[in-house]
Design a protein around this ligand. Structure first.
Ligand code: TRP
Length: 438
């Protein structure tokens, strides 16, 4: 155990920024719109919001509590809090999920890198939607270009993580998030005044439950886990660098609010443009935002500049998320195997890079890895995390951790009800329904 060199946040603000940096990423801007488009629109959004409030927020608080009270990586945290039990396996599931998610996440972030460089070089100028689609298809059809940008992105992530908690993650998280938010607001103005905005809003906001099905409900739940970085111990790890005196509840509320606002904002931007540019939302796959947004920029003044700025911000958001994914694995290697931070970062990062190559070679492999992680590993991990905090940890420990040093116990009973009953039952029922158990 390397208690001395673990490091900690400079305070509540540092933690909130870093955790929000983890949550806000490709999940909000790439994954949320395309998951919505494939699951019937408005009904998906409603179930997603319910999942965020009733399952996501309670589990976020649970993860931070586990991490802060154990001050360890996910595996070590379960071992410390439940010695001689099988609970560390939940941590192992989380560390494995980190490998899976980051492997394809780096490929998608590599797309953003490619678009950034193309935009900066003034080469992102396809004048029609079909042309924008061809640009995307040619990128995803090229193994070489994808692997190259995947490598560039992974090396960037590794370098930041290797430098350590304070120096790397926190400073990086402080700067560009508000700018991303502001940029989306500007795009929102443009999208809402586009010719077929009404149809887009209707698709995004009007619930049609008949199109959802249990598959759609599971996707919405998985999207909530993915977007909030839950179910694999990322927030256990970040919570482990948090000190006692801070209020977990307030921090969690802020993180959830910011993350959800960015996702909804992305949807409000994308769907009016999808209809205006004549795309079929249910047919558009993972390329959705990579086709729609460049197409929108082409029609704006200073399009090259705007596209460059946007993809730079998207890439930054992806980087702060990727950092948290790698950090879970690295914290495990440092705490449990006594590796140095540099060896852990480069070792794990290069393995993850190699694991991502199949996703660069095949879009269906990428989709499969995404499905395994977000619709199986994360919900199952989250289920166990909720059960652990609600039923295994001694009630007095839970209560005093929830209070922290601040003595504030706001929302404790509602939270406890959600982690004891609502979250585990909802996740279990949805998973079992999906595999046809009922
Ligand atoms: N939440 C990030 C996003 O929306 C992705 C991410 C980072 C993540 N860390 C995670 C997802 C941990 C699941 C678990 O892009």
């Amino acid at each position: 155990m390397s208690g001395v060199s673990r490091g900690s946040w400079s305070g509540q603000v540092g933690f909130v920024l870093a955790a929000a940096g983890s949550a806000i990423g490709l999940g909000n801007i790439w994954r949320f719109p395309f998951a919505t488009s494939q699951n019937g629109g408005g009904a998906f959004v409603l179930v997603y919001i319910a999942a965020v409030v009733l399952v996501g927020m309670p589990i976020l608080i649970s993860e931070v509590l586990i991490g802060r009270s154990a001050q360890r990586n996910p595996v070590g945290a379960f071992r410390a809090l439940a010695p001689a039990s099988a609970w560390p396996l939940v941590g192992m599931l989380g560390v494995s999920a980190g490998f899976v998610i980051l492997s394809y996440y780096a490929v998608v972030a590599g797309w953003a890198f490619n678009y950034l460089v193309a935009a900066a070089g003034g080469r992102l100028t396809a004048p029609t939607t079909a042309g924008a689609q061809r640009v995307f298809d040619s990128l995803t059809g090229s193994a070489g270009r994808q692997i190259f940008w995947e490598a560039v992105f992974m090396v960037t992530t590794i370098v930041v993580v290797a430098r350590g908690v304070e120096a790397g993650i926190e400073r990086a998280s402080k700067i560009l998030m508000p700018l991303l938010f502001a940029f989306l607001l500007v795009l929102l103005g443009y999208a809402l005044t586009s010719p077929r905005a009404g149809e887009g809003l209707e698709f995004f906001l009007r619930p049609r439950f008949s199109e959802l099905g249990w598959g759609g409900v599971l996707s919405a739940l998985g999207q909530a886990f993915f977007s909030l970085s839950l179910g694999m111990g990322a927030m256990i790890t970040y919570g482990s660098y948090l000190e006692q005196e801070h209020s977990v509840v307030k921090a969690a509320g802020l993180i959830v609010t910011m993350d959800t606002a960015i996702a909804i904002l992305a949807g409000l931007v994308i769907f009016p443009l999808v209809f205006t540019y004549g795309l079929d939302p249910s047919a558009a796959g993972p390329g959705l935002v990579f086709v729609i947004l460049p197409e929108a920029f082409v029609r704006m003044p200073a399009s090259g500049f705007l596209a460059t700025l946007f993809f730079a911000l998207l890439l930054f958001a992806a980087l702060t998320s990727a950092i948290s994914l790698l950090e879970v694995v690295v914290a495990y290697l440092i705490d449990e195997l006594d590796w140095s931070r540099a060896t852990s970062s480069w070792g794990a990062g290069l393995v993850i890079f190699a694991l991502g190559i199949p996703s660069a070679l095949s879009g269906s492999f990428l989709g499969w890895a995404d499905w395994i992680a977000s619709e199986l590993m994360l919900p199952i991990g989250g289920l166990f995390i909720a059960v652990f905090v609600a039923w295994i940890l001694p009630a007095t420990t839970v209560r005093s951790e929830y209070e922290g040093a601040s003595g504030a116990i706001r929302g404790f009973r509602a939270w406890r009800f959600c982690v004891r009953f609502v979250a585990p039952v909802a996740v279990a029922v949805i998973l079992l329904q999906k595999i046809g158990m009922f």
